[in-house]
Design a protein around this ligand. Structure first.
Ligand code: C2E
Ligand code: CA
Ligand code: CA
Ligand code: CA
Length: 279
């Protein structure tokens, strides 16, 4: 959003004069960061309630900045989108997540799937299909173990093109997810047309779920619709046992959130999985 962009500009504006200088400096810095391996993927598990199976891991990007420390995506993704570097960062993310997942599978401890976030620019870029194909071929990862997350607003912005891209991706065998579901103005008719596999209920709905009220009603409606359309549902931002229970009561069994784990570096993630499954 505009506000996120302004905030990220401000975060980098200490010693720079104009917005143009700033953008150029940042772009150079991000390009260098990509070459020097300063980007890193953190992973957050998706847990099956109540049995505790590890259904997935969402890859969430971080920038280990040599001077500014660990930067969250909100601090640099908007600018990367603005200068176009998001395409390369996105390709790096796809390749890295697939390689990581293939490595986990070879080592015998792996979630069912790894999920990668795609920005709107990456999603519509001519190189997307090749990037996905290359990431799969390069890692040997079976396509059904890769999930791609696109927000509702990205999918809705040009539904004809969206449908073509989704159809190609579906043909490759990857799983397709709608991120932040419920925050956009989604048309149920299009949802039915898109070859989508999973809806991720936005955490804003999960937040107030333990109290009965409109969020509970929305979640129930989403679950009913998902069942009708044959879609899986993942709840995001699950922080309390009460929220997990409220979701489970409405038929949502896949949970992601701080209740289980924050997003953590790959080593820590796989250590967490070992403990979670054995303890
Ligand atoms: P998102 O895809 O909706 O990711 C979920 C965000 O919610 C993550 O923030 C995660 O750390 C946070 N979260 C997870 N569980 C909880 C919880 O229980 N409570 C609360 N309050 N928050 C929780 P993060 O990692 O800062 O990522 C922010 C956004 O940046 C993501 O939102 C996604 O849109 C974007 N992003 C992250 N990684 C990538 C990437 O590799 N490529 C692209 N294009 N975008 C990315
Ligand atoms: Ca996501
Ligand atoms: Ca989300
Ligand atoms: Ca989001």
């Amino acid at each position: 959003t505009k506000r996120e962009q302004r905030n990220s500009v401000r975060a980098f504006s200490d010693d720079l004069r104009t917005a143009a200088d700033l953008r150029l400096a940042l772009e150079t810095e991000m390009r260098k960061a990509l070459e020097q391996g300063e980007f890193e993927l953190f992973y957050q598990p998706v847990i099956e309630y109540p049995h505790g199976g590890i259904l997935g891991a969402e890859a969430l990007i971080r920038w280990r900045h040599p001077k500014r420390g660990l930067l969250a995506p909100g601090e640099f993704i908007p600018l990367a989108e603005e200068c176009g570097l998001i395409v390369e960062i996105g390709e790096w993310g796809l390749k890295t997540a697939c390689a990581q997942m293939a490595y986990w599978i070879r080592n015998g401890v792996a979630p069912d799937a790894v999920a990668v976030n795609l920005s709107g620019i990456s999603f519509r870029h001519v190189r997307l299909l090749a990037a996905v194909r290359n990431a799969l071929a390069g890692s040997g990862l079976p396509p059904e173990r890769l999930e791609l997350e696109m927000t509702e607003s990205v999918l809705m912005s040009d539904v004809e093109l969206t449908n073509e891209i989704l159809a190609e991706l579906k043909r490759m065998g990857v799983r397709l997810m709608v991120d932040d579901f419920g925050t956009g103005y989604s048309s149920l008719a299009y949802l039915k047309r898109f070859p989508i596999d999973v809806l991720k209920i936005d955490r804003s709905f999960v937040q107030d779920l333990a109290r009965e009220g409109s969020d509970a009603a929305i979640t129930s409606a989403v679950m009913a619709m998902a069942q009708e359309l044959g879609l899986d549902v993942v709840a995001e931002g699950v922080e309390t046992e009460a929220q997990a229970l409220a979701l489970a009561r409405r038929g949502c069994k896949a949970m992601q959130g701080f209740l289980y784990s924050r997003p953590v570096p790959s080593q820590q993630f796989i250590a967490w999985c070992g403990q979670w499954l054995n303890g």
